[in-house]
Write a protein that binds this ligand. Structure first.
Ligand code: MN
Length: 394
């Protein structure tokens, strides 16, 4: 038997217990929980088939009562002795995409980000569209290209036309960017023809991940009017390997910023789902930004209420992301297009002036949130390196 040692300052203490999918050399994927610097194999430790699968979807679909009960069992288990063959050093396992992504929606919930992007994409016009403070604006992304942290990101190619060019051309994106976001994973879905109220959020949403919504700004700027982002976003979206249960984020709950005008009744929350999550963005190992999730205008409960308000169903494995997390200060901007103001104000990265991503660049987004007492809840990281474009027909 093994007693798992947890350092006092661990971001993966007993108040966190995030879930992921891992493998060891020669073995199949299964569900594990992160405890300190160890991964506990739940298929072995709890002896349930639902944890022997390749994703969290089976467990997530079992619903909130099971999420609570299993969390209590895990807490009991890892507070005592764990069978030796269920414990692996975190550094020796391979992490995989933790859930099978059903649908993927990306919102645009930061007022600071939406205002900055409005100024950059539509200079001279009102930066926020008239709908923005009445509904959480979003678009449907591509579920099939959501990848786990550590996956290489092939530089996208596509049509782009800068304002000084007469005609569009096809080629590699010259303005490849990131968006630092928080994503929410639906555990139990809702039927077509029904809506999920803000109060029902915790019954449906299993956990949260970090998201990097890689964005080709030149492709996006040329294609997005009038139907929104498409190929400028769909080539890859990275998520962190550990899904932090919403049950671990109770101490992180906070009020939303004031909402004026008051939203319509279906978007009003009795118990606000603002979250005090601190993100950090590193570019080639150097921290360039510290966005604060608590600045987000729309809460995740409002996002889910909105995306089901028309009777659209939701499913186990649905991922909806917040949109870029940006604050009022320059060092709180979660996308490089904002941080460098469209490339006009380069930032220093390891002594070099940088604007958009070059091949070989690596971006790492990490985050923590308050837990009970002085504990911190870690989200781990979402990391990705840009690899050169592959040859396709132009
Ligand atoms: Mn985004």
């Amino acid at each position: 038997m093994t007693t798992i040692a947890i350092p006092d300052d661990s971001l993966f203490g007993l108040d966190n217990l995030p879930y992921g999918v891992f493998s060891t050399p020669g073995s199949a994927r299964r569900v594990g929980v992160r405890v300190g610097d160890s991964v506990v194999d739940l298929a072995v430790a709890l002896g349930e088939d639902v944890f022997a699968g390749r994703s969290l979807n089976g467990f997530m679909a079992q619903g909130q009562q099971r999420w609570v009960a299993v969390r209590e069992r895990i807490l009991d288990l890892v507070s005592g002795d764990v069978p030796d063959d269920a414990v692996h050093p975190a550094g020796e396992v391979t992490m995989h995409l933790p859930f099978e992504v059903a649908d993927y929606v990306d919102f645009y919930a930061s007022e600071h980000h939406a205002t900055n992007l409005g100024r950059l994409f539509r200079p001279g016009a009102e930066p926020l569209m008239p709908n923005w403070k009445h509904l959480p604006v979003g678009y449907h992304g591509r579920a099939g290209t959501v990848v786990v942290s550590g996956t290489g990101i092939v530089r996208p190619q596509g049509q782009r036309k800068s304002p000084d060019e007469q005609q569009p051309s096809f080629g590699e994106s010259r303005r490849l960017d990131i968006e630092a976001e928080v994503g929410f994973v639906v555990g139990t879905g809702s039927a077509m023809g029904t809506a999920v109220s803000c109060e029902d959020f915790a019954r449906h949403v299993f956990g949260a991940v970090l998201v990097n919504d890689w964005s080709a700004r030149d492709i996006q700027a040329w294609e997005y009017v009038p139907l929104g982002p498409f190929l400028g976003k769909s080539f890859a979206t990275s998520v962190s390997a550990w899904v932090v249960p919403m049950l671990a984020l109770e101490s992180a709950r906070t009020a939303n910023p004031p909402q004026d005008p008051q939203p319509l009744p279906y978007l009003r929350e009795r118990q606000p789902w603002g979250l005090d999550i601190e993100l950090a963005v590193e570019w080639n190992g150097q921290e360039v930004s510290r966005p604060q999730y608590r600045d987000m205008y729309w809460s995740p409960a409002q996002m889910l209420a909105h995306l089901t308000a028309n009777g659209a169903s939701s499913r186990t494995g649905d991922l909806f992301a917040s949109g870029t997390v940006s604050g009022p200060e320059k060092h709180q901007r979660g996308a490089f297009i904002e941080l460098t103001w469209g490339g006009k104000e380069p930032v220093d990265v390891n002594g070099e002036e940088r604007t958009f991503l070059r091949d070989g660049d690596e971006v790492n987004i990490s985050a923590t949130a308050p837990g009970p007492g002085s504990a911190r809840i870690g989200f781990g990281e979402v990391r990705g390196r840009v690899v050169p474009a592959t040859d396709t027909a132009g």
